[in-house]
Ligand binder design. Structure first.
Ligand code: GLA
Length: 416
């Protein structure tokens, strides 16, 4: 039997795909023609930089959302079900859908609700098909996911990418991965009301087994950086079990502070700032929130480039040092961490065999990422549980993840 503090067993992606297929069969009595898998992600470093045109270094993980899809037997309506929420979203893709419009059952597409993500992605994909003169039809679609919802591991982007890839495959649209990512981000902005950057969708589209992805979020230049061998280093995710909501005003506030900082500095985006220009700016010194945003983003971009170089050179000690610095900046300067995450990060970082640890994703709860020697995993799991217990925080849950491939299709249309 597993000890209670050992990493949870990872559900293999195939099991998630099977669940999506079963959900479709149980709801529509049809078997899928296409099944897709789209991974969640863990960002190693480069946090809150993507919406300022900066650098990020995420890996796609072996936790996925899976979409099972079939052409709808009723050409006048699409239906979507998911395994993490009750109900069905019913809508008609033959005409453009606007974010504010009610669904045929009269219910509104409420931003942030799962239906806003699902309907949003299909609507944007259908618009793309229309504008390219391609045929598209209504669909029945079921989604299962083993990416923890709201845990900072990109449950939303993996959900979106699994749907987008399924629709693209069944409608035979040739869409390059980064364009697919970008269409999903547009759907998230317009329908779910979340002003996210491109990182989550990009890594879910472009992930590669055994590699991290260095993405320049301005030029969208992507470079895969090999991860160390699995016996040399492990990636451990520790979920604080504190739920965060990205649509919450705090993410938007940080984005707004970055925009203000860039404008006070007279640069197009914070990507273009330097620590010297920030330190010498009189207007910025009068706006402490914008000053902090500029400092975090500028130093984080530099750390991310150094971290990618360290990872490429196999220098895990340097990578770990940069991760710890990144966490400090997120905690003290940008202020997007929380006491539960700080406790986990500190308990992990002080354990022998750990190279580095930090919060990952949007923050305000969610997960920490730890890079460590594999044999140190049980001790780290025990220590974070006991540190959280001492503080009366929720019990953290740890699981090892592996750098995995991006979105993929498991079956092609039978009649294709
Ligand atoms: C969320 C957003 C991303 C990114 C991160 C913070 O995950 O979806 O675009 O901004 O937060 O790095």
């Amino acid at each position: 039997m597993r000890s209670p503090n050992s990493p949870e067993h990872e559900a293999p992606p195939d099991a998630t795909a099977r669940r999506a297929g079963e959900l479709l069969r149980s709801r529509s009595s049809l078997s899928p023609d296409v099944t897709t898998l789209a991974p969640g992600r863990v960002n190693l470093i480069g946090e809150h930089t993507d919406y300022s045109g900066g650098f990020v270094l995420p890996i796609a993980i072996d936790r996925v959302a899976s979409a099972a899809v079939v052409i709808s037997p009723d050409p006048t309506r699409s239906r979507i079900w998911t395994d993490h929420a009750q109900g069905v979203a019913t809508f008609d893709l033959r005409r453009p859908i606007s974010p504010g419009s009610p669904l045929p059952d009269g219910s509104p597409i409420t931003p942030g609700d799962w239906r806003s993500y699902a309907v949003g992605v299909l609507s944007i994909l259908a618009d793309h098909a229309r504008s390219h003169g391609a045929l598209h039809s209504n669909l029945d679609l079921a989604i299962a996911s083993d990416v923890p919802i709201g845990g900072g591991l990109s449950s939303s982007a993996s959900f979106e990418l699994s749907i987008a890839a399924a629709a693209a495959e069944i409608w035979r649209l040739e869409i390059p991965p980064l364009t697919l990512a970008s269409l999903c981000r547009t759907a998230e902005h317009r329908f779910a009301g979340v002003p996210c950057g491109l990182m989550d969708q990009a890594i879910s589209a472009l992930g590669r087994s055994g590699h991290a992805l260095l993405l320049d979020c301005r030029s969208e230049r992507a470079e895969h950086v090999p991860m160390p061998g699995e016996d040399q280093a492990a990636v451990l995710v520790i979920n604080s079990n504190v739920r965060h909501s990205l649509s919450s005003s705090r993410y938007s506030q940080r984005r707004e502070a970055c925009r203000r900082a860039a404008s006070l500095l007279g640069v197009p985006e914070l990507r273009d700032a330097t620590t010297a220009s920030i330190a010498n700016s009189a207007p910025l010194s009068r706006d402490p929130e914008a000053f902090a945003a500029a400092m975090h983003v500028t130093t984080e971009n530099a750390r991310t480039l150094s971290a990618a170089a360290a990872l490429g050179a196999g220098d895990l000690v340097e990578l770990g040092r940069l991760m710890i610095e990144s966490h400090r900046s997120l905690r003290d300067v940008y202020r997007v961490s929380c006491p539960e995450l700080d406790t986990i990060v500190d308990a992990a970082a002080s354990t022998p065999g750990v190279f580095g640890s930090r919060m990952t994703g949007g923050g305000f709860g969610g997960c920490a990422v730890v890079i460590l020697q594999p044999q140190a995993i049980p001790v780290v799991c025990e220590r974070v549980v006991s540190a959280a217990r001492d503080m009366n925080f929720p019990r953290p849950a740890s699981f090892r993840v592996r750098a995995s491939d991006g979105v993929r299709t498991l079956q092609t249309p039978r009649n294709g």
